[in-house]
Structures are given as structure tokens and as C-alpha cells.
Ligand binder design. Structure first.
Ligand code: NAD
Length: 368
């Protein structure tokens, strides 16, 4: 299979972790006889420095004609004083919007070699495997009006959803649940919010199309509590934008390190943007110590969700697990034992753990 992949390294550790993911993808291409063609473009602070805007038109154009997009991270203290509409984060929100990405998927997988580095007790987090499906383009973050009033003495934000917007994300939740254990938890605040009552209505209607999936409704406050007291009760969680933002960050502590978490942002036709959950980590940038696994696992999600390459995705995930089991880790993972390696060496270790070793056959092309 031949696929065009846009790489947006962005800022801070973005470039370093992207190199790691690219090496792993090249190895996959060799092993499975695919051709991945990489094009690199600017976004975030890097784009501000080079083009005076966090999202150059050329980047948008390239992403719109690609099969998938990989993004490192954006932002950093260098651009903290830039005017709000030109901040690096605008690049990220802009590209998600331009690509029409409405579904954010965040898997939270507890790798057994990392369970003890979670702040939660091992018996609570061991074996937890959750997928959070978050609505990404509606709700409070995008509703208007959103403004100060009465000379700054009152304020309003707007939580708005159309039925169609709720339906398409709820469908993603059901689809994901069907492909996993067949259990979906829908999170809302239906005891207070009208938007949540409509959300619950839609979930119950859609449930009729997925008789093989069992559905549970949970209020967001209870969900937040159960995520840390009994995370193994969850499989797929589907929820709106704000609740998903908060719950997915809360769930990130289950696995022990921010550097481990991948994410995917999708639309209906399979085109997606894949990025680690963490930020640009400016405090460790340029030192070859960043954990590349969140980025590498994001690349695995790209293979699965945009290219339908389930076997290849699973191979990366298996190799990551084996690398950790073998004791290799970056400095952020508190493994107590094993060997600390740098960013690029960690990627190499993952490649070494591929089950077949035909990586010299890799067919790869790169363009700037
Ligand atoms: P951060 O995620 O960049 O860093 C938080 C802490 O985790 C830091 O100590 C950092 O060193 C560590 N860390 C993060 N990723 C790591 C990795 N791969 N390996 C090892 N350690 C890692 O969050 P922050 O410090 O709050 O934000 C820094 C910048 O990133 C800010 O400008 C922020 O706006 C931006 N940011 C961007 C995104 C994104 O691009 N999606 C997300 C969050 C924050």
C-alpha cells in the first residue's frame, strides 16, 4: 500500500519524537512491503518564526490532500507573549477545524511493566485498558456568544450541539465498543444540563442499531470518581468536548507517564490527525531524552484507523510492550530497574523487537 503522510513536528521535543516515529514507520514499511511517502510542514511556533503565522496555507493544503497527518506538539515559552489569535495553539485548533476532525480517540493502556509508576495502587490500575472517545468540535469550546458583558462584570459561554453532531460522535463510540469488548459508557450531566439530556436521548436511540453493545449512562462527576477508584470497569467511554478533555487528562495518570499516551482525531472518511497527548516539553527539548512512545503509538493508531493496517499497528504495540518488558525506558518512566536510553535509541529498541527483521527492504521516501 502506498500512503502519503504529512509530518508536522512543531515545537520543543516535536522534532525528536517525530524522528523516532518515522524510523518505526520505515521499519513497518519494510516488513510489510508498504510505501510511506513523508512530507514535512511547519506548524505552531516554528511556523510563526518561519512564516509569521502558526498555520501556513501551504500546511493546510498539504494536510487536506494527505492520507493522514502526524503531529508532534506546539507551543513553548518563546511564543507566550504572542497575541492570542497568532499563538502556536491556534495552529493546532486551526488544522483540526480545517480537516473537520470531530472525534478524538484516546486509548489509556496500562503496560504491565509500568503499573508501579502510576500514583494509584497497582491492584487498581493493573490490566486497565480504556478508550475515551471525545467530541472535538462542539460544545462550550466553540459555542457563541462567549464574552464578557456589563463592563466585565458578567460573563457568558455557550454550550451548543446539533443532534447531527451528537449522532456522529455517539456512532464512533458504538463502533469502537463493537470492535472491543462490546460495552459503552456514555458520560453526561443529564441531571442538570439540557444538552446532556439530548445527548442521552441520542445514545438510547443509537443503541437500537447496536444490539451487541451494552450501554451504561454515567454522570460526569461519578465517572471522574470511578476512573480512579475502579478504572477496569470501563472499556469505551463516549462523551462531549469539555467532559472528554477533563476525563482523558485524569485517565492519563493511570498509565504512569504523559509521554506514553497516543491520540487520534478523526472524521468519517478515515482521514485523521495523530499526535501524542503531551505538549512540547520545552524543559527537555533538544536533549534526546524525551519519551518517543506516545508519538510511536500515535503512528500505530494511524495505521489502524486511517490505513486499515490492524496487523501492522498491533505489531508496533507489541514491540513497544516488549521493549518495556525488556527493561528499556526513557528517563521519565520510573522503572527502578532496567536501562535508561535516549529518544532515538528507544525507537531503535522498538524496531529491534519487531518479530520479523526485514527492515532493510524498507521502501521510504522523504520530502521537506
Ligand atoms: P508538557 O506536556 O509539554 O510537559 C509537562 C511535563 O511532562 C514536563 O515536565 C515535560 O518535560 C514532561 N513531558 C512531556 N512530554 C514528555 C515526553 N515525551 N517525554 C518525557 N517527558 C515529557 O506540558 P506543559 O509543560 O504544560 O506545556 C509545554 C508547552 O506545550 C506549552 O506551550 C503548552 O501550551 C504546549 N502544549 C501543547 C500541546 C499540544 O501540542 N497538543 C498539549 C499540551 C501542551
Amino acid at each position: 500500500m502506498r500512503k502519503q503522510i504529512i509530518m508536522l513536528p512543531g515545537d520543543g521535543v516535536g522534532q525528536e519524537i517525530m524522528e523516532g516515529a518515522k524510523a518505526v514507520l520505515n521499519a513497518v514499511a519494510g516488513e510489510y512491503h508498504h510505501e510511506f511517502v513523508f512530507h514535512e510542514h511547519a506548524i505552531g511556533g516554528d511556523a510563526i518564526d518561519r512564516y509569521g503565522t502558526p498555520l501556513p496555507e501551504e500546511t493546510v493544503k498539504a494536510c487536506n490532500s494527505a492520507d493522514a497527518v502526524l503531529l508532534g506538539a506546539v507551543g513553548g515559552p518563546k511564543w507566550d507573549d504572542v497575541e492570542p489569535r497568532k499563538r502556536p495553539e491556534r495552529g493546532l485548533l486551526g488544522i483540526r477545524k480545517s480537516l473537520g476532525l470531530f472525534a478524538n480517540l484516546r486509548p489509556v493502556t496500562g503496560f504491565s511493566s509500568l503499573v508501579h509508576s502510576s500514583p494509584l495502587k497497582t491492584e487498581i490500575v493493573d490490566g486497565c485498558d480504556i478508550l475515551i472517545v471525545r467530541e472535538l468540535t462542539g460544545g462550550l469550546y466553540f459555542g457563541t456568544p462567549s464574552e464578557r458583558r456589563d463592563e466585565g462584570n458578567s460573563v457568558v459561554d455557550t454550550l451548543q450541539y446539533t443532534r447531527a453532531e451528537i449522532e456522529r460522535i455517539v456512532e464512533k463510540g458504538f463502533e469502537a465498543a463493537r470492535m472491543r469488548s462490546g460495552h459503552l459508557t456514555s458520560v453526561d450531566k443529564a441531571n442538570v444540563l439540557e444538552s446532556s439530556r439530548m445527548w442521552r436521548e441520542v445514545v438510547n436511540e443509537k443503541a437500537k442499531d447496536y444490539p451487541e453493545v451494552t450501554v451504561e449512562h454515567l454522570l460526569v462527576d461519578a465517572a471522574a470518581m470511578k476512573l480512579i477508584t475502579n478504572p477496569r470497569q470501563f472499556d469505551v467511554i463516549v462523551t462531549e468536548n469539555l467532559f472528554g478533555d477533563i476525563l482523558s487528562d485524569e485517565a492519563s495518570v493511570l498509565t504512569g507517564s504523559l509521554g506514553m499516551l497516543p491520540s487520534a482525531s478523526l472524521r468519517t472518511d478515515g482521514v485523521g490527525l495523530y499526535e501524542p497527548v503531551h505538549g512540547s516539553a520545552p524543559d527537555i527539548a533538544g536533549q534526546d531524552i524525551a519519551n518517543p512512545l506516545g508519538m510511536i503509538l500515535s503512528a500505530a493508531m494511524m495505521l489502524r484507523h486511517s490505513f486499515g493496517m490492524e496487523e501492522e499497528a498491533a505489531e508496533i504495540e507489541r514491540a513497544v510492550n516488549e521493549t518495556l518488558e525488556g527493561g528499556f525506558h526513557t528517563v521519565d518512566l520510573d522503572l527502578k530497574k532496567g536501562k535508561i536510553v535516549g529518544t532515538q535509541d528507544m525507537a531503535e529498541k522498538v524496531i529491534e523487537n519487531f518479530s520479523t527483521k526485514s527492515i532493510s527492504n524498507a521502501i521510504c521516501s522523504s520530502y521537506m
